[in-house]
Write a protein that binds this ligand. Structure first.
Ligand code: SAM
Ligand code: SF4
Length: 470
């Protein structure tokens, strides 16, 4: 499963796997929106608050502080959070001591405007300022509004061991970098998350090793643009590991154990190198699945989007992946109705999708974001009805392709990492194949969660492969 923006998880409340020892002084409730980076950040926030004596609750009614970790990527995401804030306004009426805080990209984008507009917000904290949260809470308790939206050039929270939220105990996300230096013209991320910076590889390896020792069997390395990961600082002394590229980092994580699966997301097509593809080919435990967002099939639109590749260049990258990694899953993101998009441009997106036969796609219609390059340079001139119509066509094509992609697996034997019971029955296991397809199969009474099983795929639905143990 690509963990860019998982609709099912939007608004999910923090469910701690373990609480800090002893009774907490105060209870906090965190709800997360947006991409997987935000969900991973909520785990860092939980860790910071637990270290300051706060305890988590999954019920906002019993919380002393409610935090919303927010997303600004599309207008709809912001509207959802605003609606949620008005709901919390009601809670505040019968619990006047309650503090409400906004974290993440919306906090960064709207800064103190939030405090002025949304009267119930007491705390506003941008993505690089979570360490200051405990002090900001103290300030807010004394009646001052707590704001910190400073972006940093070096904050990676590398030394903070995240508290795992809603964890199945088998798969976990590990942030390897923050921010983004690409300036895709439609995108607000470089403004809300700041400059790109890579996390110290030693802290990444240590976090992944700890996860493995705790029984986790899969890590997904996260960043807006993982392939541009680059660690330059050379630690002095015998333990120097020198500069570390993304390919080298992948190999270092894969070397922790052959039983630890490694995934990563997201790859910008311009940055994924042959070195990464060769590393993936070399290691059986680096999953053969790449999220390679194309955004549009038209070179003219790609240029306006400032994606820095053409249609042909993207297609040659897909060909290279298929050549070096046969059977590798490829997924994408598509935006319909970007500024000045014509029907011809839209047809080029559809034909590119036909060629690529994506296993999975995340599809959106263009939503202008204030302050972005596109908002400043180009009129948002495709009528909403046309954007939605084109998006529907993209979605319809993808439905056919993703079903075909599932059907291609029927008759094969796939290796599955068991993540837990299937949603439908406790008599069945559910897990994912190497190329990221959900697989369910009857239990045999011997295997446990976190173990690997070879499963013969007998049939499929649009979202699930159904099989039996080999
Ligand atoms: N860093 C990743 C990349 O470059 O592919 C993805 C970042 S973004 C969180 C996830 C997706 O949201 C993008 O790939 C894009 O398809 C979509 N997106 C970003 N800005 C958008 C906008 N203004 N309107 C519609 N979709 C947008
Ligand atoms: Fe946004 Fe482009 Fe950076 Fe992705 S690579 S986060 S789309 S600016």
């Amino acid at each position: 499963m690509h963990k860019g923006h998982d609709e099912k998880r939007q608004g999910e409340a923090f469910a701690p796997r373990s609480l800090a020892n002893g009774l907490p002084l105060k209870r906090f409730y965190v709800e997360s929106y947006g991409c997987q980076m935000n969900f991973a950040d909520s785990e860092v926030v939980a860790s910071i608050l637990q270290q300051s004596g706060f305890g988590a609750t999954q019920h906002y009614e019993e919380a002393d502080i409610i935090l919303l970790n927010t997303c600004s990527i599309r207008e709809k995401a912001e509207l959802t959070v605003r609606k949620r804030l008005t709901e919390f306004r009601k809670v505040k009426k019968y619990n006047p001591g309650l503090l409400v805080g906004v974290l993440g990209c919306m906090a960064e984008r709207l800064k103190s405007k939030f405090l002025e507009e949304e009267k119930l917000v007491d705390i506003v904290v941008g993505p690089d300022a979570y360490r200051s949260l405990p002090e900001l809470i103290i300030e807010a308790e004394s009646g001052q509004k707590g704001v910190n939206v400073l972006l940093s050039r070096d904050e990676t929270y590398g030394d903070i061991s995240p508290v795992r939220l809603n964890s199945n105990g088998v798969t976990a996300f590990v942030s390897i970098m923050r921010g983004c230096n690409n300036m895709c013209s439609f995108c607000v991320v470089p403004f809300t998350r700041g400059r790109e910076r890579s996390r110290d590889p030693k802290s990444i390896i240590s976090e992944c090793t700890n996860l493995f020792d705790e029984g986790y069997r899969e890590v997904t390395l996260l960043g807006q643009n993982v392939d541009s990961y680059q660690w330059q600082q050379e630690p002095a002394g015998d333990d120097s590991i020198g500069p570390v590229s993304f390919a080298k980092l992948l190999a270092m994580v894969a070397d922790i154990s052959p039983s630890l699966r490694v995934r990563f997301s997201t790859s910008h097509p311009k940055d994924i190198t042959d070195e990464v593809l060769f590393t993936m080919a070399r290691y059986g435990n680096i999953c053969k699945y790449i999220h390679l967002p194309v955004q549009s099939g038209s070179t003219r639109i790609l240029e306006m989007m400032n994606r820095t590749y053409t249609r042909e260049w993207y297609l040659s990258k897909v060909n290279r992946i298929r050549e070096l990694l046969p059977g590798c899953g490829i997924s994408t993101d598509v935006i319909s109705g970007f500024c000045s998009e014509t029907d011809q441009d839209h047809q080029e997106t559809l034909s590119l999708m036909e060629y690529c036969q994506y296993d999975l796609a995340y599809m959106f219609y263009y939503s202008e974001r204030p302050g972005t390059l596109a908002a400043r340079r180009f009129p948002d001139d495709v009528p909403e009805a046309v954007k939605k119509q084109r998006l529907q066509e993209v979605v319809a094509l993808h439905r056919i392709q993703s079903l075909k992609s599932m059907e291609r697996e029927v008759g094969k034997t796939v290796r599955v990492l068991i993540e837990g019971n299937s949603k439908k029955s406790d008599d069945q296991w559910a897990g994912r194949s190497d190329n990221n397809k959900v697989v369910v199969f009857p239990k045999d009474g011997v295997l446990v969660k976190g173990s690997y099983a070879d499963v013969a795929v007998e049939s499929c639905t649009a979202g699930t492969l159904i099989g039996r143990l080999k």
